[in-house]
Ligand binder design. Structure first.
Ligand code: HEM
Length: 261
């Protein structure tokens, strides 16, 4: 997790946003506080880090305003000049892309690697067949969905779901992970099966479906495919019961994934 799953997505999303390499040093530490993978951080640390990232991104936006480039923040600035975004919306969007584009993909790389380590009979196929790696990533997104719960929803009018009446303003938290293991939709849902064709909703659904799904899939495929091709005898170094998951109600990811090779 420390050596591959964390650095890769932060590098990709920073490249995309146009954050200069010389400025990236604190990002990984900040994001670790936000995504519960820093075990020692407190609520006060969380608030401090949110302010630090906000200040940092405001600085990046100011810099891009003076010297635009071929990156997403410069694109968003062009939209802003066209009157389509306020300044706050621009910084919020950069914040969401940075955080949403990082911890989710960190979790995916760890979870998909673990899934393949637990099914070594599938690993040889994944070493030679990119389609197989893509299936590994999809099945891991389903069975260990990195965003296990979606963000809050609040109905505007009374709605009945599964026989339960929900009043306007009541909070609803949709469990994507439970939906992805719904036995009415997936046969034998707790089994890791690369032959499935039914679609999962690990990236959400509807108007707010994940904007970064294609990037996340690509990063997962490149990371997992490369690791298994590079290390032909990769194996778990500890029993799975010793693996520790982030204690997050939203995210499903591993603190560390010790391997031998
Ligand atoms: C495995 C990796 C990822 C997973 C599992 C994931 C999951 C999700 C989910 C479930 C949602 C919908 C949340 C909801 O409706 O409550 C979402 C939205 C979003 N994701 Fe991702 N995501 C991943 C990677 C990324 C990446 C790489 C980026 C950025 C490049 C990104 C940016 C966003 C943004 C901006 C939204 C909000 C879209 C909107 O509200 O219209 N995500 N993601």
């Amino acid at each position: 997790m420390r050596d591959l799953a964390f650095p890769l997505p932060i590098c990709m999303i920073s490249d995309l946003l146009g954050i200069p390499e010389s400025e990236r040093e604190p990002l990984q530490r900040w994001v670790a506080v936000l995504d519960s993978s820093d075990q020692d951080s407190s609520v006060a640390d969380l608030l401090d880090v949110t302010d630090e990232i906000d200040n940092f991104l405001t600085g990046v936006v100011d810099y891009k305003r003076r010297s635009p480039g071929e990156d997403l923040i410069s694109d968003l600035l062009r939209q802003q000049r066209a009157g389509l975004l306020t300044n706050d919306e621009l910084t919020s969007m950069a914040f969401l892309l940075l955080v949403g584009g990082h911890e989710t993909t960190v979790a995916l790389i760890g979870n998909a690697t673990l899934a393949l380590l637990m099914h070594p009979e599938q690993a040889d196929g994944a070493r030679v067949d990119p389609n197989m790696v893509s299936q590994v990533v999809e099945e891991s997104l389903r069975i260990d969905s990195p965003t296990q719960n979606a963000t809050w929803r609040f109905p505007l009018e009374p709605v009945t779901i599964g026989g339960q009446l929900i009043q306007p303003g009541d909070p609803i938290l949709v469990s994507l992970l439970a939906a992805n293991r719904d036995p009415a939709h997936f046969a034998d849902p707790d089994t890791f099966n690369l032959m499935r064709s039914a679609r999962h909703i690990a990236f959400g659904a509807g108007p707010h479906v994940c904007i970064g799904a294609a990037l996340a899939r690509l990063e997962g495929q490149v990371a997992v495919g490369t690791v298994f091709r590079r290390f032909s005898e990769l194996a778990l170094a500890v029993p799975t019961e010793q693996l520790r998951w982030w204690p997050s109600p939203i995210m499903r990811g591993l603190y560390s994934l010790p391997v031998v090779f």
